[in-house]
Write a protein that binds this ligand. Structure first.
Ligand code: F0G
Length: 459
């Protein structure tokens, strides 16, 4: 088993969590229509639904909250954030927004519309939704090795560059409005993208005059993996690696609820195109609020400016990625399949392999999530066919390439013992895998259905 990397912090404030009985959890599942988003948080013991906005802020960030400048226009916290953004990413223009999907909503309609395509190593679900809401189509183009959870490779989040170039030619370069590089690649398991790959993608994009956006939700975790795994950068600092990554894009859209260690926030960066940034500001004022607050309060801007630096601290990142590796090594010892090597923000259990009796249209990853909650009050989420939903053209259920049950780990929140509880629950559930039944949909909304749909067990 891998050693746990000790926390580079101590605990100053605690938040009690409830211990529940199996009967209480069974009742909670029924009430929630077997949708983990409908389970009340106070009925969850360890909440691994997401690492987004569930992070613990530092004493520095909380004191920043007290100092937040709440001026409608030109507040000091805005300028502090601007400075942090410019310093870390080396981009000229920085625009706060209230979260990641707000950045997508502001930026994507400028570049995409009917008949257009966007290509990504992999779109996260809201990112895909905003491409489609803009009238365009979203195409994933991740490297083949990402699709084999048992295959160990250093950069399973990469774009398949040859396939991407073929696609551009097939679709017509004038129809490809945007390339999105998601770092780390969340949907593929929090898998990193190499600088070499970012560079190759950017070169092809420039050849065809297509803009590149970095979906930067987990840019710091990605930079740490680059330092560990990309030979050329092993002696570079995290700060240097981040600047190098962002050289190979024209803009970024970021959910700051992840690597900036916040509870709310988002960011847009534009490298140098002032005309384009003017359009961004226009949409931001319409959808989010005036440029100098972007849908956030001054205290949020202040906490973001501080969190951006805490999130790129190398000792913190060693502890953060160390937590994932510790949990993964326990699963290795028990022979439990997951997307290997472990990603940056959680374990993606290979539900297809753990529950081989459940076909994709009965949602194996969602069924496993339900079972983990039943077993130990652990909340996880489906990243598979259930999340993917139906084809927008035919209405048919799409078969996902993966059926992952994601256990996302919030930042600076859970201890080594919590991770042990998770490992034990997964082992217990795997032992009774052949008793576990699939699920069917009773009701679903037209977009992003997994947040709201009602399910029931198949008897
Ligand atoms: N891009 C990526 C790669 C994401 O993982 C997310 C959110 C977003 C964009 C949207 O950001 O939530 O701030 O609007 N991911 C969360 C998750 C929800 O659980 O993985 P948001």
């Amino acid at each position: 088993m891998k050693k746990y990397v000790p926390e580079p912090f101590r605990i100053k404030m605690v938040e009690p969590i409830k211990m529940t009985t199996r009967e209480e959890r069974e009742e909670a599942l029924k009430k929630a229509h077997y949708n983990m988003f409908n389970v009340k948080a106070n009925m969850v013991y360890i909440d691994c639904l997401t690492d987004s906005g569930t992070n613990a802020m530092s004493d520095d960030q909380w004191s920043g909250v007290m100092k937040g400048d709440e001026a409608y226009a030109g507040g000091e916290s805005y300028f502090k954030l601007l400075e942090a953004g410019r310093d870390i990413f080396d981009y000229e223009f920085i625009q706060p927004v209230h979260q990641g999907r707000a950045a997508e909503k502001v930026v994507f309609p400028i570049l995409l519309g009917e008949g257009k395509y966007a290509i990504s190593n992999m779109f996260f679900d809201t990112t895909r939704a905003h491409v489609e809401l803009a009238g365009a189509r979203a195409i994933d183009c991740v490297v083949e090795e990402a699709k084999d959870p048992s295959k160990i490779a250093p950069f399973k989040g990469n774009m398949d560059v040859e396939k991407m170039e073929r696609l551009i030619n097939e679709l017509g370069p004038e129809n490809v409005g945007l390339i999105v590089m998601t770092i780390t690649n969340n949907s593929a398991g929090g898998q990193p993208v190499s600088i070499e790959n970012l560079k190759q993608v950017y070169e092809v994009a420039k050849k065809y005059n297509i803009l590149v956006d970095i979906d930067a939700a987990r840019f710091a975790e990605n930079a740490y993996f680059i330092k560990m795994r990309e030979e050329k950068y092993k002696d570079a600092s995290i700060e240097e690696i981040i600047k190098e990554c962002f050289k190979y894009a024209d803009m970024f859209t970021m959910s700051a609820k992840k690597d900036a260690i916040l509870n709310i926030g988002g960011l847009i960066g534009v490298k140098e195109d002032a005309e384009f940034f003017q359009l961004v500001k226009g949409n931001c004022i319409s959808y989010e609020g005036f440029v100098t607050y972007g849908g956030l309060s001054g205290r949020d801007l202040e906490a973001m400016a501080i969190g951006l630096y805490e999130g790129i601290n190398e000792d913190y990142l060693a502890y953060r990625i160390g937590q994932m590796e510790y949990l993964a090594s326990q699963l290795d010892d028990a022979g439990i399949p997951y997307q290997k090597p472990v990603g940056g923000h959680g374990i993606f259990l290979d539900a297809k392999a753990i529950l081989p009796n459940i076909p994709y249209y009965e949602f194996p990853a969602q069924s496993l999530a339900v079972e983990l909650y039943r077993e130990a009050g652990i909340r996880s989420t489906d990243i598979g066919s259930y999340m993917l939903g139906n084809d927008p053209d035919t209405g048919e259920q799409i078969e996902s390439e993966f059926e992952f049950t994601r256990l996302a780990i919030p930042r600076r929140v859970y201890t080594q013992a919590h991770l042990d509880v998770i490992a034990e629950a997964v082992k217990n559930v795997k032992e009774r895998a052949d008793e576990i039944k699939g699920l069917k949909i009773k009701w679903e909304p037209p977009v992003l259905r997994h947040f709201q749909a009602h399910l029931e067990p198949i008897e």
